[in-house]
Design a protein around this ligand. Structure first.
Ligand code: ADP
Ligand code: MG
Length: 236
């Protein structure tokens, strides 16, 4: 039996390969779901930035991404839009557990990403959780099995992976490593490697940084499969 939304998903996916970013003047010109478009519009996002155009096209086509662009260029939507689309097209529902994990170095950044996700994802039926420590671990634990999209800092995520029997990410589809250079600068290299080693291989990964250091390339080698490079310099 066909489910609601099957036709929309098929119609969207048929357009992915033909996306011509030179003609994309607004998010509405991209083959993204009505629910995401409505969330973007409601949040007053109309024109995608360069990193967003480039990354969204490649990520919708299933590519792993190694993205570098300066602070303020719009990396958050560059990964949140395809992340929502991938879960939506996989018919992810509340009951299917963790579908995506976003790792960022600080609580403050995690909080900002979480807020943007709540805004642009408000019409989807996914649950999102902010896992950043500073909260009661037991409280976070009990909720982990109901969360579809996790926004977290590296140490706290690894703690759940190691200690929380309810934590199950075996089905997850999308991993985002945001500000990977800063994660490494802050001494999270071992933690990041341990996290990546705990994740299923059959997933899509997007790694972003403001710089392309040797350490980032090393982390990229461990986490990405045949990545597409997106490097954008623009004035914002
Ligand atoms: P980065 O992660 O690259 O530093 P952010 O994703 O935090 O950049 O975005 C920087 C700022 O630009 C934020 O205030 C965000 O709301 C705004 N922004 C991002 N994308 C767009 C867009 N397409 N249209 C308008 N504002 C945007
Ligand atoms: Mg950012």
């Amino acid at each position: 039996r066909k489910k609601d939304g099957d036709d929309e998903v098929t119609a969207l996916q048929e357009q992915y390969e033909q996306i011509d970013i030179s003609t994309v003047k607004s998010f509405a010109h991209l083959p993204i779901s009505k629910l995401t478009l409505r969330g973007l519009k409601e949040s007053k996002y109309t024109v995608p930035t360069d990193i967003q155009r480039n990354t969204i096209k490649l990520a919708l086509n299933g590519k792993d991404i190694l993205g570098a662009s300066q602070t303020g260029s719009g990396k958050t939507l560059a990964f949140l839009v395809p992340l929502l689309e991938i879960l939506y097209c996989n018919k992810w529902s509340r009951f299917e557990g963790v579908g995506a994990i976003i790792i960022t170095p600080t609580r403050e950044l995690a909080y900002q990403i979480f807020e943007t996700l709540r805004n642009i994802g408000q019409y989807h039926d996914f649950s999102a959780g902010l896992i950043i420590g500073g909260q009661n671990l037991r409280f976070e634990r009990g909720r982990m099995d109901q969360v579809n999209i996790i926004v977290c800092t590296p140490g706290r995520l690894l703690q759940h992976m190691d200690e929380n029997p309810l934590f199950d990410c075996t089905q997850m589809k999308v991993l985002v490593l945001d500000e990977a250079d800063k994660c490494l600068d802050m001494g999270f290299a071992d933690t990041m490697n341990a996290i990546v080693a705990n994740l299923p291989e059959d997933r899509q990964t997007m790694l972003f940084s403001a710089t392309q250091t040797k350490d980032v390339k090393h982390l990229a080698r461990l986490s990405l499969k045949d990545p597409s490079y997106v490097s954008v310099h623009e004035h914002v």
